[in-house]
Ligand binder design. Structure first.
Ligand SMILES: [Zn+2]
Length: 72
C-alpha cells in the first residue's frame, strides 16, 4: 500500500506546518495588575538583569492577576 503510505506522509507534512505557526511565548508571562489595570511582564535579560514592562494596549482577558511592582 504505497499510495496509503504517501498520503500519511503528506498529512504529516501538513500537520507539521500547522505546528510551526508562531506561538506567542510571552503571553504566558503576562499578568494583569488589579490596581493599575495594566498588563505587565518582567523581561529577564541574558546578563541577569530584569525590568518591568507594562502594556496598556493589550487585551486583559485570560491573563492571570498579579499586582505589578509599581503598585506593591
Ligand atoms: Zn499595577
Amino acid at each position: 500500500m504505497n499510495l496509503f503510505k504517501d498520503q500519511i506522509m503528506i498529512s504529516d507534512r501538513i500537520a507539521g506546518q500547522k505546528k510551526r505557526n508562531p506561538i506567542k511565548k510571552s503571553d504566558s508571562k503576562l499578568f494583569v495588575c488589579p490596581k493599575c489595570m495594566n498588563v505587565w511582564e518582567v523581561i529577564r535579560k541574558t546578563n541577569g538583569t530584569s525590568r518591568l514592562v507594562s502594556y496598556t494596549h493589550i487585551p486583559r482577558y485570560g491573563k492571570s492577576k498579579e499586582v505589578c511592582r509599581k503598585c506593591k
